[in-house]
Design a protein around this ligand. Structure first.
Ligand SMILES: [Zn+2]
Length: 264
């Protein structure tokens, strides 16, 4: 059976293990069902996720022009502390930014490759953690806008990583860690204007279990620009990565906007 369509990040469902779906225009595929099976991925072109033209993808699924004009990829996405909608100041499109920034956000600690700090819209819990391949996560503060989350993250970056080492994450080299204890250390580090939002009592630790049969010892990343046709046996799914038997890993999120045929 062949599925064809433009790649977007896999949709997920919290379960034991987590369920993954590739969603195309006319069909969808439960990726968990492909575990232990040979699949083939063929590059078939580009489609910008914003303008839908068949233009080469520049970054994050967008063509060059859209990447530098769409409000969906402003600098405040990657650097929440640059958010200005709470001041009524536009970056690219104030209406869009007000909708995205002026809503509850959570600053969290997650164990992916090591303990890292991050920011997400509250509506994206636990999706954001699954996308990062975290095995455990705990919310530290819930604040009413993205700016306050951003300045909290900046304060905590001096003490915790803010990026996931994806190789370590995919090789499952994480050491155990007590996130409740880590969270208790954080209270004194957060900015004064955020202290009232600290989750003093709420100590729910999310445990996330990924469908992985084997963790690879050595990994190599599949890049469709260099390898337009790939075949291999799927042995795991973690974060937004497919893991194959020979140690090849394919970052679906990193290939958004690529049109593919998938033979299963
Ligand atoms: Zn475009």
């Amino acid at each position: 059976m062949t599925y064809q369509g433009v790649l977007t990040k896999m949709q997920t469902e919290l379960g034991n293990p987590i369920q993954y779906y590739l969603v195309f225009e006319d069909s969808f595929l439960n990726v968990n069902q492909l575990l232990d099976k040979e699949i083939e991925i063929n590059f078939a072109g580009f489609e910008c996720l914003n303008c839908h033209k068949k233009k080469k993808i520049f970054r994050q699924g967008f063509c060059y022009d859209c990447f530098y004009s769409s409000p969906a990829v402003g600098d405040w996405i990657m650097r929440p502390e640059l958010s200005t909608a709470h001041l009524g100041i536009a970056d690219r499109d104030l209406e869009y930014e007000q909708k995205a920034q002026l809503q509850p956000h959570v600053v969290y600690l997650a164990l992916s490759s090591e303990v890292k700090v991050g920011v997400t819209r509250k509506s994206q819990v636990p999706t954001r953690w699954i996308d990062q391949g975290a095995t455990q996560a705990i919310a530290v503060v819930e604040v009413p806008n993205r700016y306050l989350a951003g300045i909290t993250e900046v304060a905590l970056k001096d003490h915790y990583a803010d990026k996931t080492n994806w190789r370590k994450m995919l090789q499952c080299n994480t050491e155990g860690c007590d996130l409740i204890l880590e969270k208790s250390k954080v209270e004194n580090l957060i900015p004064a204007e955020v202290k009232e939002f600290f989750y003093a009592q709420k100590n729910d630790v999310y445990e996330l279990n990924y469908p992985v049969l084997n963790y690879p010892a050595k990994i190599a990343s599949l890049n469709l620009d260099k390898t337009p046709s790939f075949q291999g046996k799927l042995v795991g799914i973690k974060g937004q990565y497919l893991i194959f038997e020979n140690g090849t890993v394919f970052n679906i999120r990193g290939s958004e906007g690529y049109v593919v045929n998938i033979n299963v």
